[in-house]
Each structure stands twice: as structure tokens, then as C-alpha cells.
Design a protein around this ligand. Sequence first.
Ligand code: ADP
Length: 704
Amino acid sequence: MHPKHVPDPAPPPPAGPLSSAYLAQLLDAVEQAVIATSPRGEIVFWNRCAERLYGWRADEVLGRDVVEVVPSEMSREQAGELMERLRAGERWEGEFAVRRRDGSRFHAWVADVPVLDDEGRVMGIVGVSTDLTSHVETQDALVRAEGEARRERERLWSVFRHSPAALALVRGPRHVFELANASFVRLVQREVGGQAVADAFPELAGQGIAALLEDAYRTGRAQVGIERKVQLAGRGGEVADRIFDFTFQPLPEPDGRTEHILIQLSEVTGQVHARRGAESALRAADEANRAKSQFLANMSHELRTPINAITGYAELLELGIGGSLTAQQRHQVERIRSSSQHLTTLVNEVLDLAKVESGQMTAERERVPVADVLAEALTLVQPQAARRGLRLADTTSDARDAAFVGDGDRVRQVLANLLSNAVKFTEPGGRVSVCASVTDEPDGDARLPGAGPWVRIDVEDTGMGIPPERLSTIFEPFVQVDDSFTRQTGGTGLGLTISRRLARLMEGDLTVRSTLARGSCFTLWLPAAPETEPGHAGRRWPRAPYELPGLGEVGRALTRVAEPVAEELGRRLAEDPALPSANRTDRVQLQDHTTTFLVEIGLAMVTLDEAGGEPALMRDGTEIQRVISERHGSQRARLGWSEDELRHEFQVLADVVVPLVRAEVRARAAGEVDVDSALGVLERLLQQAETVSLRGYRNAVQRQ
Ligand code: ADP
């Protein structure tokens, strides 16, 4: 009851008939509209609730026709008829829509009761109406909610039925199928409704499926099968191996128990077979690739032996060891030698590529100073650049002391290849430069797995450049932009392929930028090495391959006298007035270098002589001589020697070595030996060493 309408505390009811004021207060307290009319329908009483419900004040409606004031959905006739019946003393009640003063409608429950006098004549009518709005709204909402729930159920059922996923619902400890959608029936090729799993699928016995269902039922935890092989009967009863992914998902009841399990099934037989096929094809391809690489490795090895012999013998012929040559013969021998050198390069590169591709190529992970490899690579191409009249420069400025993590030999190989390309593809008068720097931000086209920082080494030339559309293909095997040009200059089209693979093997990359007719810039990216104590070179000193088979007489003699030669050389140099006075340390250092170096020359000669020696060792030997000679040159530069003094030193070495070797051969040789020719080869090798030393010397001077 609304407090506003609580009547003042009622006075005690007077004895005898109640006063009309008392009755009016009483009726005002009622929470229903009470309207009293005369038998003709004129309003004679209109309580507070009627005022609120219909929006009219009592003084506005008293005396007016109730049908006018409270119009209803009843027609006038119906209303008239109702009044007639009331006047006749009948009671009426019912629900109908009525209108408020403001025109809005609401549902009312109305009870009309005739009021009779003592003689039973109708003296008026009392109507009591109740607002049913909230009741009706609740009723409507209930109906709507039920409809919604029904539609929701229908939707879910429709999703379940039409789902492309095979779904079924089983119930109870025997797992009886309550529902199974069309996809499920199609997949298992049988009707299952109402049957227990064990009855619907007798062939599953002993396959562990029932145990999984049981687990799901018992534990309430989902059980999942992935790519599970199941033997399932087809329509005709024949049992076949099929592969399924499935889930047994328990659906908890409100009390937490599991009663239902949702089975979701999908067949993956086709996919699994296809994938396994692809995997085995891939394995076979890998196998074939490895076999191919192995074949190439073997072939390269087999090829290199005779090619080395051809090169070696051509060199011997050129040296006139087998007698002097005519100009024409010399020219032809030179052709043999250069062709076989080209072949050697090709074979070596094919072997390298095969190794990288088959994952057999490994790279050291050492800290290598950039300056070292740059100097070595520059030394290698110096003669080639000089022949072509090109300027060769190292423009590295602040990264002089930088170092990378990788394999020094491989990096030198890459740089030598880039530099020799730059020299090859640049016209005389042009310029080839290298520049190393350290950066945290590599170019966008560099594919670098690490987090940086990186050492970048740019090899730039002012040459012919590369057309933009060829920039990506030049890293593919055997691709050359202009093969007619390459026919003149040599080259295999493998250098860049190998170089990029090597760079990536060391977790770096090789990229290129180029403008046609302006020049190219190849950039080698390598992981930068963290700084360590200065002066730590971190480079392995190449060790000599001493276990060579038979050596030529002279080569053998040279290895035997290497030590006495080195000692004698040290002694002479110390006393030589033409040289800066060498202190003891210098002498020891020099002697060490010289002994190793002479032994290596001896070994190389033996290999050359026998041509059947291990060619890889022959290569290593030459490599070691190169490194020793070069270091020797740079050491002399550090000691402040001049170029002339270095040349003089080699002259002294030749003076010492030739008679000692000659004496040794004479003393030991069993059969006929052409000592002079063999010594000619030795002298030639010493000349080469001198050239390399001079390069090392010049580089060191440049760096100082
Ligand atoms: P090769 O030099 O043995 O032919 P590479 O793989 O080293 O093989 O190089 C492939 C091709 O890329 C070369 O034939 C040449 O057409 C092009 N190329 C490489 N370096 C340069 C350069 N510095 N300037 C112009 N073209 C180059």
C-alpha cells in the first residue's frame, strides 16, 4: 500500500450505521479503483485509486456518464446491454482494455456489482477495477521466453543435425546412443540410435576405444585420439583400417556427475596417407640429393687428381725441364695450363657447392679480425688488379679493429671471389675498394637470423654493373649475366652461389646493389664478435700435412735441410751489412717461419713430381706457403725493413738453399737425378714466395 494513501488513523468505528465520510475514507484506502454510479450510469463516487488509475479527479467526473469517462473496447451496444443486465440486478466481471484520460490503454479486471435497496431495487452500481498491466506483461514475457527457448533448442538441434562434424551423444554406463547426426551416420555407415556402443560397433572390441569412453564417463575428463588407427566395418561388413581424430567430451549434469558423452569424430585417413607419402617422397629426395652430392664429391676428387697432374706437367714443360720449347709449343703449353687451371676451379667449386648443398660443409665459429682477412684477400687479387690497371683500395676507417665470428678461411674465400669478380668486371682505369664497418641496422634485403650487431664488408667497383632484373638470379648456380664476356674472362657462374651459401652458413648473408654502367657493390654480412683483449688474433696457424707419401728427390732433400738452411740464413742475415741488424728474437722468429716454409715447398714439389699425391694436400701446401710468405712480409714491414731489404733476404735464402739442397741430393740420391732442373723448380717456387711476401709487406705498410 502506498504510504501517501494510507488514511489517517481511522477513528473508532461509530456504533450503528457507518457515516458516509467514514465509508469514503475507507474506500479511498482500497488499492483498487472503486467507482459507484447511479442506475443510469452517472458517476456518484470515484475513489483515490480511480483517480490514479484513470487520470481523472473525482470532482471532474462526478455526475458524468461512466461509459464516456472510462471508454472501453466495448461497443456502445455492448456497454448498454451490460448496464441493462446490471440494472436487472446481475453481477458482471471480466477483463477488458480501458482507456485513461491521456488516451493510453491498459488491461483492467473489472467487477460490476448492482447495489440493491431493501426492496431489492437497483439503486446504483459499484465497479471495482484492477490494473492488470504488470500481470499481462509478465505473462507476455513468459510466453516470449518460452518461445525463445524453443527456438534456441531448435537452432541447436539444427546445428547438431547439420554439422559437417560427425557428432553423437551417448548416455549412461553402457553408452547408449541418444543422438547421432547425419555426418556421424554417414561416417560409420550404420544406424546407431538407441543401441549401446558395444552393440552398434562389435568390431571395436579389443581396440581400446571402449576403454577410452569408459575413462571419459568415469573421470569426467575429455579423452582425445589423434590419428588413431581403427579397424571399422563397412556397409558390406568388410573390416578396413581407417584413421580418425576423435574427442569423447563428457557433458556434466547440474550435480556435476557425467551422464552424457559427446562423441566427435573425423576421418583423416586420406590426409595422413597423403602426408606420409609426401614425407617419404621428401626422404627419398633428400636421399637422392645426398647421393648426388656424394657422387659429385667422389667425381670431383677423381677429376682433380689427373687435372693436377696435367697442370703440374704443363708447368714442368713450361719451365723447360724436359728440354727447351719452341715459341709455338710454349704457347700451346700455356693454353693447356690455363685450361686445366680453369677446370680445377670448376671442379673445386662444384665440390664446394655439393658440400654446401648436402650440409657437409662446415664452418668454424672463431673470432677473426676483419683486417686480417681483408689483407689476405686483397693480396690474392693484387696481381690480377695490377694486370688490369685497376686501383685497389681498403677504405675501412673506424672498424679497423673489428672482428667477426665465423670461419676465416671461408670468409677469405668469399672476399677473394667478390674482389676477383670486381676486378674482372671493371674496365682498366677503374677502381675496386673494400670497406668494413660494424652496424646494428642491416639493409632490409639481408636475411640475417641473429640479433646483431654485424660486420658489413662492402666490395665496390666502378665496373659494368648488373641489370636490375638479373640481380637476384646471379646468386643461382651457373648464372652469368653475359656468358660471351665470361668466355673471355673465365668463370663458372658458381662463385656467388657458393659465397652466399657460405655467408649464410656462418649466419650472415651476401647482398648486392648495382647500377648498370656505374658499378656494383656486394656486401658480405657477418655476426660481429664481441670485443676482447687487444692483440688476440684468434686465428689458427695452419699445420703442415706431414704425412705425405713419396717425395721427389729434391723435395725430399729440401725437407731434410730445411732446418740447417734456416739456421744458416739467420746467421747470415744477422751479419749482413745490407740489412738492419736483426736481434735474437727476430732470428728465432725468422728461423721458425723459414723452416716450415721450406718444408712445405719440398712437400709441394714431391706432390708435383708424383702427381698421384693427395691433391687436397697439394692445395693445402700451397695455401700454407702463401700464408707463411705473406706473414713473413708483414713481419718484415713491422720491423721497419724496406722492400729492397726484403728482396735481398730472398736472394740470400736462394744463395743458401740451392747449394745445400744440391749437396744433400748428391749425398743421398740412388739413381739418376736431374738436379739442375729440379733446382730450377725450387727457385721458381721461391720467386713466387718472394712475390707473395712483398704483397704482405705492402699491405702491412699500408695499414701502418
Ligand atoms: P663467375 O664470376 O665465375 O661467372 P659468379 O657466381 O662469381 O660467377 O658471378 C656470376 C655472374 O654475376 C658473373 O658472371 C657476372 O655476370 C655477374 N657479376 C658478378 N660480380 C660482378 C661485378 N662485380 N660486376 C658485374 N657483374 C658481376
